[in-house]
Design a protein around this ligand. Sequence first.
Ligand code: DNO
Length: 347
Amino acid sequence: MIPTFRWFGASDPVPLAYIRQIPNVRSVVGALFELPVGEVWARERIAALKATIEAAGLRLDVIESIPVHEAIKLGLPERDRYIEAYQQSIRNLGACGVRVLCYNFMPVFDWVRTDLAMPMPDGSTALAYRHADLERLDFSQGMPDMPAWANAYSAAQLNDILAQYRTVDEDALFSNFVYFLEAVVPVAEAADVKLAVHPDDPPWSVFGLPRIVRSAETVQRLLDAVPSPYNGVTFCTGSFGAAASNDLPAMVRQFAGRVHFVHLRNVKRDGTHDFHETEHPSAFGDVDMVAVVRALLETGFAGYYRPDHGRMIWGETGKAGYGLYDRALGVMYLQGVVEALQRGAKA
Ligand code: DNO
């Protein structure tokens, strides 16, 4: 298993030089955040990102993410134009040596939290989600400024897009997803770029929108619909783990061979639809990290993983969930788990 670390580009308060000092972390997860959704990722721009990362003594193996245009998710007539752009971006990633593309198929919103700095008893802060607080959000002035959300829509745009989703139920979203996969998976095969869909976070419907990457059944349905090894999943323990009904080690075993990227973080469920994020080790949350890593190793997973969201500790300020310190602690803990399990297997 190869440890990686997410980097948000030149504006990231965490410099590449610091990532380079984390033991064994040599691979950075990057993206071209400045490009508008739907635009082709030009080869020169990917190559420039790769050159910046390599100049710091690191590699660019994984992209997270190329956002999928809403027209594709909604199944609008103009989707083919955006799918062609996506295909070209995949070819360009492959030509630059990128091997995994993490993306998501969540309508309108990417991951959502209601509290970006929940005070913890030890003085740190963590990300939290309260379903009732989310449902109370007022969009009349447009989207609140939440770093979790990729698109900043005006109030009018948001109302328009939410209205368009009123006729898109889970089955319609699934068909639109399969239409997209049938077009992009053959391109990914030719380019040798593994596609890894990120689960819905949280793994249930928000604002009445359909969400279809949230459980063993929903993911299996997508994997079966386009049964190529290039149609895979990002196994995110924090996203799947927010729902008590998801048995994480069993899901890892079920998806064996189709897991191409892993996000490892811990969550503590505070109710059926409420949770907060915690330190990475098993003791702090509901995710049995050792059991998940064991399942990954036993199913032959040898790909990329990264520590996911960390708390804010030691006075650090910065991008919520993506500070340096707690993620660095997390990746060291995870490496310890991997090393111990691998040695145990050999003993
Ligand atoms: C949150 C991230 C997600 C992820 C996208 C992938 O911290 O894991 O925003 O990058 O859903 O497209």
